[in-house]
Design a protein around this ligand. Sequence first.
Ligand SMILES: Cc1cc2nc3c(=O)[nH]c(=O)nc-3n(C[C@H](O)[C@H](O)[C@H](O)COP(=O)(O)OP(=O)(O)OC[C@H]3O[C@@H](n4cnc5c(N)ncnc54)[C@H](O)[C@@H]3O)c2cc1C
Length: 522
Amino acid sequence: MTMYDAIIIGSGHNGLIAGAYLAKSGWKVAVVERNSEIGGACQTRELTIPGFKHDPFAASHVLFYGSPIYAEFGKELETYGLKYKTATHSFASLFPGGESISAYSDVERTIRELSQKSKADAETWLELINFFGEAADGFGSLLYNEIPSWGTAKSIYALYRKLGKERFMDFGQTLAKTPKQMAMSHFEHQQVQSWFTAWAYHPDFDPNTAFGAMFAYSTMAALQVMGNPVAEGGSGKMPEAFGKMIEAYGGKIYRNTPVTKIHIRNNRAVAIEANGDVMEARKAIIAGLEPKQLYLNLIGESHLPTGFVKKVKRYRYGHAQMKLDIALDGDPGWEAGSELGNACYVHLAPFVEDIEKTAYSTNIGMLPESPLVVVGQQSAVDPTRAPEGKHTLWVQVRTVPYEIKGDMAGEIKGTDWDEIKEQYTERIIKKIASYAPGIESKILGVHTMTPKDLERENPNLREGCIGGSHHFDQNFMFRPFPGYSRFNTPFNNLYMIGAATWPGSALHGGSGYMIAKKLLKK
Ligand SMILES: Cc1cc2nc3c(=O)[nH]c(=O)nc-3n(C[C@H](O)[C@H](O)[C@H](O)COP(=O)(O)OP(=O)(O)OC[C@H]3O[C@@H](n4cnc5c(N)ncnc54)[C@H](O)[C@@H]3O)c2cc1C
């Protein structure tokens, strides 16, 4: 039987970050991963044609790039192959008739762009960006502080002192709004309203969900101020670098090793079982897993307090998504102009009402007629992703139902994702083509993942969702459950991290960082 100080279940970036901190501090660490590749929802693969490097999941590393983790380990990670290329044309929204709105890391350029739509909206955006500059430290540090904690209270109080009572309260009120409320109250031009609202739907904040304004505003502002960083050679370079770092400090990474059981003795997690072997943990078992697998499958209801089982069963997943990766012969040829081919992300969601219709369709189990399509153009920023003159398109479809009851357009008859995958892929490509005429003839290969495929790839993408709904009732101090937001579990020595814990999904490494700091302080 092998003994480690810490066993980390799952090689998501949070687990790897925790492993890197612990191994560097002299702990004997094992990371145990069910798949052949490490990184979870942060990988790179040649999904279509050799030479085209696609990110099947996450592509933008803006939060990690601005994190205390990257500030601390950036140089070391570079020696293991992690380098960033930052898009200065951070993102754009396209509209019918060849119109567009872009955001650049050059704020003045963005303001000029917005002024063409509305001078008032441009002024408002400038105010919001300047305000973000003032609030960013306090706001950003929340991602790396447990909630609730003194650290969080201090960050919020520091922000309160800095902004003054009235501005602080105004800020709070704005963030609590739904994306649509903020779009309508702050911007007058219909296209600017949609430009703003689309961002909130990257997690599951549809236009009418409270606190969605916070996500749209903070993400857009961060991408605007920092640019949009992508890992040179593909997203997978980040977990690869952490994996090498862990091994360099004596840690061990087990691939193709699904954990099937966590052994509990006297209310203490003592060992895991995987591939018929048992590994013991002296100080900690850290599970980077969503709660239903962790508690119901790996531990079992009979070991859990009754009230706790209810919390686990009530954990809710958000709207599902679909992912396409496309190999392209040339650039997309956006009707809005060739310059748009340089935008790291392009949103195809011309009206707020489109996103509302999509959310409604998804809620009632119907395939949306025209969902929000997010097109990532990483190869324009990082040419190593595709052969010369060719491109990769990263296409995220937000959102689709996990279980299909019908089709809003009345065209697709099947209700099984495996059966209708090709048909729905065609709908998405048609939508892209309506903004990039002729793109179909440039397509060399397409790879599609439905919500069911995403879940098969990584059990954390349960129901095709990224780690569980982020609505207020399941966020902040309620994530994953009230009383368990500080990575604690009902068992000694067992900790839960990852997208289903604070600060939620995305590549920020927050929970991996916080658990490592907490354990090293003990
Ligand atoms: C399509 C898509 C696009 C996204 N785009 C972005 C983006 O551009 N920017 C961004 O910041 N975020 C993005 N995200 C979100 C981001 O990728 C995730 O929130 C993040 O990667 C989650 O990391 P994690 O540490 O929670 O673990 P995960 O990445 O979920 O990894 C968990 C790991 O645990 C393994 N595992 C599961 N069960 C077991 C078991 N029993 N035994 C052993 N191993 C197990 C899994 O195989 C997996 O490798 C995207 C997500 C998706 C799905």
